[in-house]
Design a protein around this ligand. Structure first.
Ligand SMILES: *Cc1c(COP(=O)(O)O)cnc(C)c1O
Length: 339
């Protein structure tokens, strides 16, 4: 099967497994795991941020960030397609008693002007606007990448109005491989940043939350109560260190293959439109007469897995375990589907 459901389906390579098996470990709840500590230091220095915390998932790093930046009854400003709103089980409401203010915007991205307009006045009728969450790349926006200037505008508004700014950077490295920017360009713009190692970087488990020493101290408390304190987690952190050292630059290959998938889809009679392909996500819109269920079933018969992404939409994600040979097989098989 050619699996393009997500970039989370990758399995560790023998080299990554070797790095994991030879990791030095300790009890990370006591702060004693040298490999977890090394990962946290490596990532915080890469972003020029004070501190970092290794967590089991990107949902947890986002949920912790929302908790530490807010108080119950506050409002979080984000796009209506945000992962923190759509795909975290209502966590901001459940874990932190927050309500979302959902903004519209091109391919899941929002602007400083929109943020400024959406901040509630200081009036007891309204929840207090206290946090803005951005997502880069933007999953439901088809892997769209923000312009750094647009983020700077949002930062300016947050500074003026005393709001915090969090980045859901589950696919952050896809974004900077695309733009050629540095992690430090982002480190200075956000209060906290979440990055995932279990997506395009190919590690089996783990995300890191970045912030100031004080924020990460608080985040560690929240991680504990969320059940995310892990013991000899260095075996997992070793995979993340390996991924950072070896799997970042190659994301460009995933982006090139995604462009090829986009071109192939555009030529198919049952595809109406393909969203612009910025990184490793391709979203195809079917013609009116066809449903995503139909295409997913046809694809599966041809040995291809993808996911439905809303009415008439199908998403394909390229990754470490999808190579040029798989791409050939994909294009040959999908062209044979009869509408
Ligand atoms: C995958 C993802 C996350 C985190 O997901 P986990 O599966 O909990 O690690 C967060 N944000 C975005 C945009 C994602 O795609």
């Amino acid at each position: 099967m050619i699996d393009l459901r997500s970039d989370t389906i990758t399995k560790p390579t023998p080299e990554m497994l070797q790095a994991m098996m030879s990791a030095e470990v300790g009890d990370d709840v006591f702060g004693d795991d040298p490999t977890v500590n090394a990962l946290q230091e490596k990532v915080s220095s890469l972003f020029g941020m004070e501190a970092a915390l290794y967590c089991p998932s990107g949902t947890m790093t986002n949920q912790i960030a929302m908790r530490i930046h807010t108080r119950p009854q506050d409002e979080v400003i984000c796009h209506k397609y945000s992962h923190v709103y759509l795909y975290e089980g209502g966590g901001m409401m459940y874990n932190s008693m927050l309500s979302p203010k959902l903004l519209e915007g091109d391919r899941g991205m929002i602007s400083g002007e929109q943020v400024a307009e959406s901040i509630n006045p200081d009036d007891i009728h309204f929840p207090k606007s206290s946090l803005v969450v951005l997502e880069n790349t933007m999953n439901k926006g088809g892997g769209a990448v923000y312009e750094l200037e647009d983020i700077q505008e949002i930062r300016k508004v947050c500074d003026e109005k005393h709001l915090k700014l969090h980045l859901d950077g589950a696919r952050f490295f896809n974004a900077i491989v695309k733009t050629g920017e540095n992690p430090a360009d982002y480190g200075q713009l956000f209060d906290t940043i979440s990055i995932c190692f279990s997506k395009g970087l190919g590690a089996p488990v783990g995300s890191v939350l970045l912030g100031t020493n004080d924020q990460i101290k608080e985040a560690k408390r929240v991680r504990k109560v969320f059940g995310g304190g892990m013991r000899q987690a260095g075996y997992l952190a070793a995979a993340c260190i390996y991924a950072l050292d070896n799997n970042v630059k190659r994301l460009a290959d995933d982006h090139n293959r995604a462009i090829e998938i986009g071109k192939c889809l555009e030529e198919l009679s049952f595809i109406d439109e393909v969203m612009p392909v910025d990184t490793n996500i391709v979203i195809g819109k079917l013609i009116n007469e066809k449903s995503e269920k139909w295409l997913l079933e046809e694809l599966e018969k041809s040995g291809i897995l993808a996911v439905g992404f809303g009415k008439g939409l199908v998403r394909f994600v390229t990754h470490l375990d999808f190579n040029d040979k798989d791409l050939d097989q994909f294009t040959t098989a999908i062209r044979m589907i009869k509408d």
